[in-house]
Design a protein around this ligand. Structure first.
Ligand code: GLC
Length: 591
């Protein structure tokens, strides 16, 4: 294939090469009819297809749980199946690349895109990202592992220079990408907007060529984040292959001039053309003509996936699952209009949306509903509160659908605090003071402070659970499904406890990652600092015993492989899933 590609490139004029490494428009690559090179289409996103057509409208697709939830499943096979379903839909829509997974580390809970990202831990990030890539690419559709690298904040994202030490780069910010590249071979990698240690990623040879290609063996093509390129010829030299979106030839002359005046070796331009062309020709062959998928089947799967992604954080005296004989006072508009996805480029037009109220009615549950609080204003509306309190007194059990309104978090900006809207906190406190049983469901893309956590009976973290989140919630709340999610990020007691607190989001286009490798639980554990809910935490409606832990060796040296096994026994009355977690650390070597 390589030689065939080279033969085609040898027939291309310099102008054709310059045009080919710049996109045709927002979503397509440049065709070269003269040589029979087709254009291919790429679209977002990490948890479902966002195909925008000529008139600007977005084609409907299945909206799966967002990354924060998917990673909380800790289930490689589930993520692969989600990826495969997205790949099926991409084939049906003749899309050749789906721009995801989004694998940036959650350095601060405030990052506006944390809902889309996977974890604070690089190992879990890598395992989930590689599984997503394997799933989508199993359908002969490409992916774009993004945003390479260290796009850990939205504030100043197009120009911020991140100062990161080598150890933190290698062990935290690159490690997940390394796993995904080496074990799943994504068709493309998308460079991030930001700079690292003084050089924009779009023209950062060290990362795009030395690390990505020469160290890790990446052999796909590198695509820019949309609008990330400033010095086009420099970017080609550094290893940035395709500029997106197309800029109608704005930069073609710059590349041509650089080749003609010798500042850009034509061989570098040829390499970029070859990387893109290799995929484009494969993609054209990989398209399954007339492909289709079952919306109903994908919606059913989205419900199953959402139930696996939710995390039972607290369940005092087993208030959950509810009995079908219970009457529940459901409080909060998220029950009626669910918050099931995030804002920005990952936003999907779902095939269908099932709210919790829809699902409770369908399952014939006994409940009352009251709005309780506004999602538009943070002020507590006394009339709404009074109605909710009255309903809770009558029912004896309150289910509060709390969480972050859409405008609290999104791509494009970061949060400035970690609190829920004050009206929600106030109402939950009043409900607890009433002496009724209180369960809280959280719909949020990233950690929140929970000042009432000790007063309520149960807390279920639903994250942004996709179009079927309401049905999945009903399944979990009444025990049709058993929660098995585990937190992929720490919920600190308060924002000030987070290790990035003093250095986020930086200022004057510069941010220093002074906490180095002490990100997330690595910091809290080292400092022995209490947290609200730790990384890896999650409860079940059943219980498990761990027995006969075995290790293959008592002592080992640097390169040894150690295998560890344990018997997990379900000691409860219902089936369930357990996530076995093994934490290892180098012995304390006295310097
Ligand atoms: C955005 C995002 C990226 C997305 C791209 C195309 O700016 O950063 O994740 O894939 O543009 O929408």
């Amino acid at each position: 294939m390589k030689q065939g590609i080279r033969d085609i490139v040898a027939q291309m004029t310099l102008q054709e090469k310059c045009a080919f490494v710049c996109g045709l428009d927002k979503w397509h690559t440049e065709p070269i009819e003269r040589l029979g090179i087709p254009s291919i289409m790429m679209t977002d996103g990490p948890h479902g297809l966002r195909k925008i057509v000529e008139d600007g409208h977005t084609v409907q697709a299945t909206c799966f749980p967002a990354g924060a939830g998917l990673a909380s499943s800790w289930n490689r096979d589930l993520i692969k199946r989600v990826g495969a379903a997205i790949g099926e839909e991409a084939q049906a829509e003749e899309i050749s690349i789906v721009l995801g997974p989004a694998a940036n580390i959650k350095r601060s809970p405030l990052c506006g895109r944390n809902f889309e990202y996977l974890s604070e831990d690089p190992y879990l990030t890598g395992e989930m990202a590689k599984s997503h890539i394997q799933g989508v690419q199993s359908q002969n559709v490409g992916t774009s592992l993004k945003h390479f690298c260290a796009n850990n904040q939205e504030t100043m994202r197009m120009r911020v220079d991140e100062i990161i030490d080598e150890r933190a780069l290698r062990e935290i910010y690159l490690a997940g990408f390394e796993t995904a590249v080496k074990e799943a071979a994504p068709a493309t990698v998308m460079c991030s907007y930001n700079s690292v240690n003084g050089t924009p990623l779009a023209c950062n040879k060290r990362f795009l060529t030395d690390v990505l290609r020469e160290e890790w063996g990446f052999d796909g093509f590198v695509v820019s984040d949309w609008g990330a390129i400033k010095q086009r010829a420099e970017c080609v030299a550094a290893g940035l292959d395709l500029e997106m979106p197309g800029t109608k030839g704005t930069f073609n002359d710059e590349i041509e001039a650089a080749v003609l005046n010798g500042t850009l070796p034509e061989s570098k331009l040829d390499e970029a053309v070859e990387h893109i062309l290799s995929f484009v020709l494969d993609a054209a062959k990989a398209q399954k003509k007339g492909a289709s998928y079952s919306k109903e089947e994908h919606d059913r799967f989205a419900r199953e996936a959402a139930a696996e992604c939710m995390v039972l954080l607290k369940n005092e005296d087993e208030l959950l699952p509810f009995n079908s004989s219970d009457t529940i006072a459901v409080i909060g508009a998220f029950a009626e209009t669910p918050r099931f996805q995030g804002g920005g480029s990952s936003h999907i037009q779902p095939n269908k949306v099932t709210s919790l109220l829809d699902a409770l009615k369908e399952q014939g549950r006994r409940f009352t509903y009251s709005k309780g609080f506004s999602l538009e204003s943070d002020e507590l509306d006394e009339a709404l509160a009074a109605e909710a309190l009255d309903a809770a007194r009558k029912a004896g059990i309150a289910l509060v659908m709390a969480g972050l309104p859409a405008h609290y978090e999104s791509e494009g900006y970061d949060r400035v605090h970690m609190q829920l809207p004050p009206n929600q906190n106030k109402l939950i406190a009043r409900l607890c003071a009433e002496g009724v049983r209180v369960a809280v469901v959280l719909s949020n893309g990233s950690p929140v402070e929970l000042p009432w956590a000790d007063w309520v009976d149960s807390i279920l973290e639903a994250y942004l659970g996709g179009q079927a989140s309401g049905a999945a919630l009903a399944d979990l709340l009444y025990g049709e499904a058993n929660p098995s999610g585990r937190l992929a990020e720490t919920f600190p007691m308060r924002l000030q406890d987070n290790p990035s607190y003093l250095n986020f989001p930086g200022a004057q286009n510069r941010v220093e990652y002074r906490e180095s490798v002490f990100v997330g639980y690595r910091y809290y554990e080292k400092k022995e600092l209490g947290v609200r809910f730790p990384f890896g935490h999650g409860l079940s409606y059943t219980s498990f015993a761990y027995e006969t832990l075995r290790v293959s060796k008592e002592r080992m040296n640097e390169r040894d492989l150690l295998s560890v096994s344990v018997t997990v026994r379900n000691t409860g009355k219902r089936s369930g899933q357990e996530v076995v977690q093994l934490y290892i650390a180098a012995p304390d070597v006295q310097a």
